[in-house]
Each structure stands twice: as structure tokens, then as C-alpha cells.
Design a protein around this ligand. Structure first.
Ligand code: HEC
Ligand code: HEC
Ligand code: HEC
Ligand code: HEC
Ligand code: HEC
Ligand code: HEC
Ligand code: HEC
Ligand code: HEC
Ligand code: HEC
Ligand code: HEC
Length: 459
């Protein structure tokens, strides 16, 4: 064989150059110096879900040239718990059965990146999905055969609002629909004791049991604080729970003027954890500087001025949670949906209960839907705490049904309301234009089962 020396030299040069270049890229990707602008190495626009943390390349590319397995590990590192909590309908374990090998040839559903590739905005749909709309067809072609009700349905409609989701079907399973078949249309479960909007967990420790007043403040005399601060603090749950100035302001014996998020975290671990996993806190969660309003892709008020930390919503020393639940949000959010809220019946009911000083509240704030109070277990103790990750109820929006709507409305009413984008836009002013047919289908199957025409486990 005749060796073409010229060509060999070229190959050699090419290999050395690529190694140098990829070394350069690899190092740049993993560099922890956030002042280097790594975005120039991006091959395309990052998804709406992740662009806030895109500069932290190594949160996904944990090693230079990391393959599929390492990427998968990174995805699971941040998303495993949420998928587990919603009982993911298509976990990896459903695809490891050798009988499914042929499916995986077409679509390897064991890997997140099969359906959620990054930096490919031209083919990215809502929720970072990069598969075409009718891809459920690939694995569920037979559904029409087994279910006459599905014969006429197009595969692009499977994940239409209120039918099915790929991951989270907790509010959509057939037996759940059947269980709620006879829910009344509107304020169905109102007879149940409603959660008091003001209910909050208060620690029972000795340490936090003292009620403090202005006479007890432990600020060093050389620090001047205006009366307003002391007054705000005196009204706060902190003062009523024995949390003095020094608990936040003194570190290693020194007075610090602007306590940071780590101070809050030291006493409020669960709230901080969910905040770091949320859209608002995700940058702090990967140790990037706090999110700025000007970083947003959505249209917000006063870009540039504000950043997102605990004290953005919990503004002054009163730590008033009612202010945080509506006023704070509207200080930034100004889309149609947010602006319509104060005209809604939910807000009217909230106001009415507040003025009547009612113990139970049938109304809602922004936070009741986006940051619901949930039962939480900590150190073996039950606590009602606010979920600071608004994404946990946001998309797909049926996530909101169990956590929120079912406290007051029936299942059908709630699913239909959430399926109507116009109704969401005007913040639920009026009734849905949408009829959920899943209930009728489920009812028919119940009837067939009762008559013994199909078996329980028929697909
Ligand atoms: C939220 C996770 C995430 C972050 C953060 C991220 N990437 Fe990626 N990146 C991915 C995924 C997923 C792929 C696709 C891998 C595949 O196709 O198998 C990818 C692919 C790439 C590719 C290969 C080109 C391509 O389109 O296939 C490059 C180059 C790249 N990323 C650069 C970067 C750089 C530079 C940063 C930081 C500025 C960054 N990425 C941040 C998830 C991320
Ligand atoms: C450092 C943590 C982190 C890593 C790593 C990460 N994500 Fe995310 N991801 C988030 C956060 C935070 C959000 C925004 C909040 C939300 O929507 O849950 C998000 C959003 C998303 C969304 C969009 C949700 C929506 O409602 O729009 C998808 C899909 C997603 N991630 C999938 C992935 C996949 C696939 C990978 C691996 C390639 C990955 N993530 C890696 C933290 C991470
Ligand atoms: C076969 C395609 C497919 C695969 C594989 C896949 N997803 Fe998804 N994912 C979707 C679709 C479709 C949606 C849109 C909502 C829905 O239908 O559930 C979605 C939505 C999401 C969301 C938004 C919130 C939610 O709960 O639905 C997150 C986060 C997410 N995926 C993460 C992941 C992670 C992490 C993996 C890997 C463990 C993964 N996905 C694998 C198709 C897929
Ligand atoms: C890669 C193949 C694959 C794709 C793509 C796929 N599925 Fe599935 N799906 C499965 C398998 C496997 C099962 C489990 C079947 C079983 O347990 O009998 C399943 C089960 C289900 C179930 C029953 C869930 C349960 O827990 O009982 C629903 C509903 C469903 N899929 C809907 C969808 C929808 C909607 C889409 C498109 C957004 C989709 N699937 C895409 C393979 C797939
Ligand atoms: C729960 C924690 C907490 C407690 C308790 C607390 N503070 Fe603060 N304080 C903060 C935080 C956080 C800031 C910084 C706000 C910022 O970054 O603008 C602050 C700021 C201040 C400032 C500076 C204000 C400014 O405008 O620069 C003074 C003075 C102050 N606090 C005095 C007090 C006094 C006096 C008490 C007790 C009566 C007290 N604080 C109790 C958290 C606390
Ligand atoms: C020394 C511990 C400690 C520190 C530090 C601390 N807190 Fe608290 N915080 C408490 C206690 C105790 C309560 C009363 C409820 C409870 O027991 O959890 C409370 C209650 C709250 C409440 C609820 C108020 C209400 O009326 O329901 C908010 C909001 C709050 N803290 C925010 C913060 C923020 C933001 C920071 C950081 C600037 C912070 N806290 C720092 C101990 C602390
Ligand atoms: C986007 C606004 C926002 C941010 C940012 C925020 N909070 Fe909250 N927080 C709220 C709202 C709203 C409530 C009350 C919700 C309600 O009453 O229904 C609340 C309630 C609380 C409570 C009392 C209820 C409970 O869970 O015990 C604590 C404590 C708290 N927040 C701590 C924090 C800490 C610590 C941080 C930072 C890590 C933080 N918050 C960041 C909006 C926010
Ligand atoms: C300081 C300004 C600010 C405050 C206050 C604030 N937000 Fe946000 N919010 C943002 C920014 C910035 C984003 C990220 C937008 C983006 O990345 O495009 C965001 C994102 C969101 C999202 C996710 C939007 C999406 O499409 O993924 C929701 C939901 C949300 N905020 C609700 C609230 C609620 C409810 C409150 C009050 C409890 C609140 N916000 C308080 C600035 C704020
Ligand atoms: C009755 C429940 C409910 C109330 C109250 C509510 N929202 Fe929403 N919000 C939703 C639902 C549902 C969505 C849509 C999720 C989806 O389908 O994408 C949404 C979406 C959003 C989004 C994301 C918009 C986007 O285009 O991505 C923001 C931001 C938001 N809400 C902020 C607020 C603020 C601020 C308030 C109070 C002024 C508020 N919401 C009150 C239920 C509610
Ligand atoms: C704390 C109780 C409560 C919760 C939780 C709740 N609602 Fe409501 N809802 C009400 C009340 C009260 C009304 C007003 C009833 C009236 O005035 O006739 C209402 C009315 C409505 C209406 C009709 C508005 C109109 O103008 O006729 C819709 C649509 C609606 N809610 C949707 C939802 C959705 C979707 C959810 C979950 C995201 C939800 N609600 C959660 C209490 C609640």
C-alpha cells in the first residue's frame, strides 16, 4: 500500500488541532470562573427551563466529553425526586424488559435526552420537549384496537389538556376519574374544614417559645436602627418566636448589616431547598449570582432593579406573608393572567374572609396556587410548610388539581377549567369552554366491567 505522506501530515495536524481545541472547549466548559463568557461555546439557544443556569455548563456537562450516561445522571440529580413524587408513568424500569427492545430501537425512552435535547430551539416545544407531537403513536399504535373509545382519536391529541401526560398522570388515572365521577360541579368539598390561610407551623422548642418586645432587643448600642425597623420586627412572628436581632445580624461575634440567604437557610432549610429548585432560586441553587429581573425571558416590571432572594418577597422586618403572597408577585409579574387576578372571584372571596376576620378562607392568593401549603415531614414531625418551588404545580397544569383545586372544587370542574387557556389568561373569571370527555369514557368502561364484558386488567 502506498502511503500518501501529505495526507498523513494533514491528518496529524488535524488531530492535534482538534485535541487542542476540544481541550480548550472542555476546560472552558468546566471552568468555575463565571466571569468567562461561556455562552459563546453554545451550539444554540438553551430551553426556557434551563437558560437561567446555562452559564453553569458543568451542572449538565459534568465532565468534558461526558457521554449519555453522565448527562442522564445530571438530569436525575436535579429531577429525580419530582418525577418520583408524581409516580412517573414511563420510568426507565418500564423499558428494561427485553420484550421492549424493539421499541428502544426506534425511540430510546430510557434516556431523558431522547426527548429533551438542549440548545435546539428550532425543534423545542413547551416543557423542553424535542419530539414531534404525535410520537405516542410509536408505542401505542394498538390503543384503538383495545379501546373502541380511542378509535377515532389522532395521536397528536393524546396529551391534550386533561387527557394524558407522559410523566405525571396523578390527576388523570382512570380510577381517579371514577372515584371523582360524582363530584359536584363547583364548591364541592367545601364542607371539609378548609385550610386556614394564616395557618403556619410554629416550632415548639424552648428556644423559640419566648415572645420578645422592643425592650428585649439585643442590637449593640453603636448600631442605629430606626424605630420603624424595631416596630416591624415587634409585630413579626420572629419576635413572637424569640428570634432576636442578633439571630440574623450577628455572625462570629460581628454585627453584619445585610444578612444573606445562608442566615435564613440555617433556620428554614425546607423553604430554602424548594426555593433553590424553583425558577426563582435556580441560579442560587447552582451557585450563580441571584437571578435579576432583567435576566427574564418573560415581560416583567422594572427590569434591572430587583434580584431574587428570600428578602425580595419577604421585604421588611415584619416578614408579612400576606404581602408576600400577592403584592410582592405583582411588583414584578405583569402578564394578562397576573393582572386579571384582582378582578377574580377567588380574590373577592379572599378579601371578604380577611375583612370578616374569618378563620377559614375560601379565597385564594397567587401563592395558594403557585406555592401551596403542603404537609411536610421533618425530623419525624408533621409541619405545614409553603412549597417555594412554583414549578411543582405549574406545568403540565393538571399538577395544580390535587394540590390546590380539589380542596374546594370537583375534579371535572377543575380539569375543565385548567384545559381552557382563555380562562387561565383572565385568571378564572367565568366558566370553561371545554368538556372533558374522559369521564364519559371512564363511565362507559365501568359499565362494561360491571356487566362482565371486559375484565379489570384489560388494556
Ligand atoms: C441543563 C443542562 C445543560 C446545560 C446547563 C448546558 N448544556 Fe450543553 N447540552 C445539554 C444537552 C442535553 C445536550 C445534548 C446532548 C446530546 O445530544 O446527546 C447538550 C449539547 C451540547 C453541545 C453539543 C452540540 C450539540 O448540539 O449536540 C455543546 C457544544 C454544548 N452542549 C455546550 C454547552 C455549553 C458551552 C454550556 C454552558 C455555556 C452548556 N452546553 C450548558 C445540556 C446542557
Ligand atoms: C442543576 C439542576 C438541573 C439540571 C442538571 C437539569 N435541570 Fe432541568 N430544570 C431545572 C430547573 C430548576 C428547571 C426550572 C424549574 C422547573 O421547570 O422545574 C428545569 C426545567 C426543566 C424542564 C422544563 C420544565 C418546564 O416546565 O418547562 C425539563 C423538561 C427539564 N428541566 C429536563 C431536564 C433534563 C432532560 C436534564 C438533563 C439533560 C436536566 N433537566 C438537567 C434544573 C436542572
Ligand atoms: C419519550 C419522551 C420523554 C422522555 C424519555 C422523557 N421525557 Fe420528560 N417530558 C416528555 C413530555 C412529552 C413532557 C410534557 C409533559 C407531559 O406530557 O408529561 C415532558 C415533561 C417533562 C418535565 C416537565 C414537568 C413534568 O413533570 O412533566 C420534566 C421536568 C421532564 N420532562 C424531565 C424529564 C427527565 C428528567 C427525563 C429523564 C429521566 C425525561 N423527562 C424523559 C417526554 C419525555
Ligand atoms: C417508547 C415507548 C412509549 C412512548 C413513546 C409512549 N409510551 Fe406510554 N407506555 C409505554 C409503556 C411500555 C407503558 C406500560 C404499558 C403497560 O404497563 O402495560 C406505557 C403506559 C402508558 C399509560 C398507562 C400508564 C399507567 O401507569 O398505567 C399511559 C396513559 C400512556 N402510556 C400514555 C402515553 C402518552 C400520552 C404518550 C405520548 C405523550 C406515551 N404514552 C408515549 C411506552 C411508551
Ligand atoms: C429574620 C432575620 C432578621 C431579624 C430577626 C432582624 N433583621 Fe435586620 N435585616 C435583615 C436582613 C435580611 C436585612 C437586609 C435587607 C437588605 O438586604 O436590604 C436587614 C437589614 C437591617 C438593617 C439595615 C437596613 C438598611 O436599610 O440598610 C438594620 C439597621 C437592621 N436590619 C436592624 C435590625 C434590628 C434592630 C433588628 C431587631 C429589632 C433586626 N434588624 C432584626 C434580617 C433580620
Ligand atoms: C434563628 C432562627 C431564624 C432565622 C435566622 C430566620 N428565621 Fe424566619 N422564623 C424563625 C421562627 C422560629 C419562625 C416562626 C415559625 C417557625 O417556628 O418556624 C420564623 C418564621 C418566619 C416566617 C413566617 C412568618 C409568619 O408570619 O408566618 C418567614 C416568612 C420567615 N421566618 C422568613 C425568614 C427569612 C427570609 C430569614 C432570613 C432573612 C429568616 N426567616 C431567618 C426562625 C428564624
Ligand atoms: C417569590 C416570593 C418568595 C420568595 C423569593 C421567598 N418566599 Fe417565603 N413565602 C412566600 C409566600 C407568598 C409565603 C406565604 C404563602 C402563604 O401564606 O400562603 C411564604 C412563606 C414563608 C415562610 C412561612 C411558611 C412556612 O413555610 O413556614 C417561611 C419560613 C419562608 N417563606 C421562608 C423563606 C425563605 C427562607 C426564603 C429564601 C430561601 C423565601 N421564603 C423566599 C414567598 C416567597
Ligand atoms: C423580583 C421580581 C419577582 C417577584 C417578586 C416574583 N417573581 Fe415570579 N418570576 C420572576 C422572574 C425573573 C422569573 C423567571 C422568568 C424567566 O426566566 O423568564 C419568574 C418566574 C415565575 C414563574 C414561572 C414562569 C414560567 O413560565 O416558568 C411563576 C409561576 C412565578 N414567577 C410566580 C410568582 C409568584 C406567585 C410570585 C409571588 C409569590 C412571584 N412570582 C414573585 C420575578 C419575580
Ligand atoms: C386559581 C389558581 C391561580 C391563581 C390564583 C393564580 N395563578 Fe398563575 N397560573 C395558574 C395556572 C393554571 C397557570 C398556567 C400554567 C400553564 O398551563 O402553563 C398559571 C400561570 C402563571 C404564570 C406563568 C405564565 C406563563 O406564561 O408562563 C405566572 C408568571 C403566574 N401564573 C403568576 C401568577 C400571579 C402573579 C398570580 C397572582 C396575581 C397568579 N398567577 C394567580 C393558576 C393560578
Ligand atoms: C380555597 C377554595 C378554592 C380553591 C382551592 C380553588 N377555588 Fe375556584 N373558586 C372558589 C370560590 C370561593 C369561587 C367563587 C364561587 C362563587 O362566587 O360563586 C371559585 C370560583 C371558580 C371559578 C368560576 C369563576 C367565575 O367567575 O364564575 C373557576 C373557573 C374556578 N374557581 C377555578 C379554580 C381552579 C382551576 C382552581 C385550582 C387551580 C381553583 N378554582 C381553586 C374557591 C376555590
Amino acid at each position: 500500500m502506498k502511503i500518501n505522506t501529505k495526507k498523513t501530515v494533514w491528518w496529524f495536524v488535524w488531530i492535534v488541532l482538534s485535541l487542542m481545541l476540544s481541550g480548550y472547549y472542555g476546560n472552558a466548559l468546566l471552568s468555575t470562573d463565571i466571569s468567562t463568557d461561556k455562552s459563546v461555546y453554545l451550539s444554540g439557544k438553551t430551553t426556557d427551563g434551563h437558560y437561567q443556569i446555562e452559564l453553569k455548563c458543568d451542572s449538565c456537562h459534568t465532565e468534558a466529553f461526558a457521554g449519555k450516561e453522565l448527562l442522564q445522571k445530571a438530569c436525575l440529580n436535579c429531577h429525580k425526586d419530582e418525577l418520583k413524587k408524581v409516580e412517573d408513568s414511563h420510568p426507565k424500569s418500564k423499558f428494561t424488559d427485553p420484550r421492549n427492545a424493539d421499541i428502544l430501537e426506534i425511540l430510546d425512552a430510557r434516556y431523558c435526552v431522547t426527548c429533551h435535547i438542549e440548545h435546539r430551539s428550532e425543534k423545542t416545544r413547551l416543557m423542553g420537549v424535542t419530539m414531534p407531537e404525535d410520537y405516542c403513536f410509536l408505542c401505542h399504535q394498538d390503543v384503538g384496537k383495545n379501546r373502541p373509545s380511542h378509535k377515532e382519536l389522532g395521536f397528536e391529541t393524546c396529551d391534550d389538556a386533561g387527557c394524558h401526560n407522559y410523566h405525571d398522570n396523578k390527576a388523570l388515572y382512570e380510577d381517579f376519574l371514577v372515584k371523582h365521577m360524582d363530584d359536584k360541579s363547583m364548591l364541592e368539598i367545601m364542607a371539609l374544614p378548609q385550610r386556614n390561610l394564616k395557618e403556619h407551623f410554629v416550632r415548639q422548642d424552648e428556644k423559640y417559645s419566648q415572645t420578645l418586645s422592643a425592650d428585649n432587643i439585643d442590637m449593640p448600642p453603636e448600631i442605629s436602627a430606626n424605630k420603624a425597623i424595631v416596630h416591624e420586627w415587634e409585630k413579626s412572628t420572629h419576635a413572637k418566636s424569640g428570634v432576636n436581632c442578633s439571630a440574623c445580624h450577628v455572625s462570629k461575634g460581628e454585627w453584619i448589616f445585610k444578612p444573606t440567604i445562608s442566615v435564613c437557610k440555617s433556620c428554614h432549610e425546607p423553604e430554602s431547598k424548594s426555593f433553590f429548585a424553583s425558577k426563582h432560586g435556580m441560579r442560587l441553587g447552582v451557585e450563580l449570582p441571584a437571578m435579576k429581573v432583567s435576566d427574564a425571558r418573560i415581560d416583567l416590571k422594572n427590569p434591572d432593579k430587583k434580584i431574587l432572594t428570600c428578602n425580595t418577597c419577604h421585604t421588611d422586618h415584619s416578614y408579612n406573608t400576606e404581602k408576600a403572597a400577592i403584592d410582592a408577585c405583582l411588583g414584578c409579574h405583569q402578564d394578562e393572567h397576573s393582572k386579571a387576578f384582582r378582578k377574580s372571584k377567588h380574590f373577592a372571596a379572599y378579601q371578604a374572609a380577611k375583612y370578616n376576620k374569618a378563620e377559614n378562607n375560601t379565597g385564594l392568593t397567587c401563592a395558594s396556587c403557585h406555592m401551596p401549603r403542603l404537609e411536610h415531614r421533618e425530623l419525624g414531625e408533621k409541619r405545614i410548610l409553603v412549597d417555594h418551588n412554583q414549578s411543582n404545580t405549574l406545568r403540565p397544569n393538571e399538577k395544580m388539581v390535587r394540590a390546590v383545586c380539589l380542596n374546594c372544587h370537583g375534579l371535572k370542574f377543575s380539569l375543565e377549567a385548567l384545559a381552557d387557556s382563555k380562562l387561565i389568561k383572565n385568571n378564572f373569571n367565568g366558566s370553561s369552554r371545554f368538556e372533558n370527555e374522559g369521564f364519559a369514557m371512564a363511565k362507559k368502561r365501568e359499565e362494561l366491567k360491571r356487566l362482565g364484558l371486559i375484565k379489570d386488567d384489560d388494556d
